[in-house]
Design a protein around this ligand. Sequence first.
Ligand code: CA
Length: 490
Amino acid sequence: MKKTITALFLLLSGASFASERPNIVWMFSDDHAFQAIGAYGGRFENLNLTPNIDRIAKGGMTFERAYVGNSICAPSRATLLTGKHSHINGQTSNGGSFDHDQQQFQKILQKEGYQTAMIGKIHLKGAMQGFDYWEVLPGQGKYWNPEFITANGKTTYKDEHSTDVITKRAMNWLKNDPDQEKPFMLMVHYKAPHRAWQPTTRWKEKFKAMTFPEPDTLFDNYQGRGTAANKQDMSIDITMRMSRDVKAKLPERTQELNKIDENDKKALISLKYQWYMRDYLACIAGVDENIGFLLEYLKETGLDKNTIVMYSADQGFYLGEHGWFDKRFMYEESYRTPLLAHWPGVTAAGSRNSDLVQNIDFAETFLDLAGIEAPKDMQGESLVPLLKGKTPADWRSHLYYHYYEYPAVHSVRRHEGVSGKRFKLIRYYGIDVPNGEEWEFFDLKNDPKEMTSQYDNPEYAAEIAKLKKELAKLRAQYKVVDIPQKERKK
Ligand code: CA
C-alpha cells in the first residue's frame, strides 16, 4: 500500500512539475551601478529613478552583496552563460573571441524542453548557441539607429533608440514565438547605460537642468592606496572627454562652462560630474521605463504568475566615487553588481539578502529554477535556497576575483583578490616594483569607502594571513591558471 501511494505521489508530482516549470525573464543592463537603483538607497534615493526595478525589489528579493568575478563587459557575460570564472571559460578580457561551442546553461535548458531567447547586447563575438531565437547588437552596438544580428541576417532600426528597440523586440518574441506547451527563458539585455551615455530624447530633456549630489570621494587623491589606484586612466578629471563623453558643445552646457573659471580644476570636475550624471541617469530612467513596459505586459497576459523576473548588470560602475567613471577594480563600486529577483509565491516580498553571491551563480540558478541538476564543472552555487529564504548553513564565506585586462584602455593593473563580508585582500601584479607585486587590504567596516589600505598595519596581520590562506584555497578550488600578461603595445 505504502509503495503504491509513493508511486502515485511521484507520478502526480512529476506530471504537475512538467506543466508548472516556471518561465524566466532575465533583464540585464550594461554598467548599471547599484548606486543608481532606488532599492539600494544611497545619494540618488529621493529621485525615484527606478520605480519599476524597485517593483521587482518590493515583490521579491534584493541581494545586497552580489559581486562579479571580473568587472568588465565580455568576461562578465561569458561567466553568466557558462557559470565559470574567466580563466576557465576563456574570456578573460574584452578582446579575443568566445568559444561558443563550450557548455552553456541555455543549451541545457533548451535540451530539457525550455524555449530560449536572447535579445539585446551580449558583447561576445560569433553566433550564439542554445537559443531558439537570438537577436543581438554587434559588439558594443549603437544607441541610435541600432543594427541587430540574428541567425539569418541583419536589421537596422532607423531613428530608434536601442533601449526601446530591445524592449519591443523582446515583447514581439513574447507575443509571437513561445510554444504554449513549453516554459521559456528570455534574456533582455540593454546596451544602456554604457559609455558614452546617450539617453533617449524624452529622458535627456527631463534631466537636462537637474543637479545631483556629489559623492564625498569625488576629489580623492589616492593616498592610502598603491600604484593601481594612482596610475589608472579612468578619472572624470583627465580621462572623461569634453566632447564625446560629456557633450560640452551642447549650447546649455557651453553656457554653464562659461560661468566657471576654466583653471579651477575642482569646479570643472564638478561640472563634468553633473553632465555625466544627467546623461547616465537619463539612460537609467529609459531602461527602467522599458522594464516597466515588460512587467506590465507580463501582468496583462497573466504570465507574471508563473514567471520569475530577475534584474542585474554586467558589473558595477563608478558614478564619480574616487573621482572615477568605468569599472575594473575590485573596490566595491565596480566589484558589486545589482541583483533583484521576483519569484511569485516563493520569494518573500520586500526581502533582503546579504549572503555573498557572485555572477558564477547565475547559470546554476537558472537550471535549478527549471528543476535541472547543474553540471559538476560549473563553479557557482544555485541561489534558489536563498530565494526561498533558506541560506544553507555552509554557504560560502569568501569570493574570488580576478581582473586581467592590462595593458589596455583605462590602464587598470591586473589584480586578483579575495573578499569576505568585512575584509578584502587584493594582490596587484605586473607592477614596476622589485617582485612585481603590490597588496592592499581593506576593513570595510571601519573604512567602507576603501580609502586606506591596512596591509602594513600590524593590527591586521592575523586577518591578512587568514585571507592569504583563503586566497590560496579559492585558487585551488577554482583551478586558477596564471595567464601571462601581454607586452604593452608601444
Ligand atoms: Ca559593462
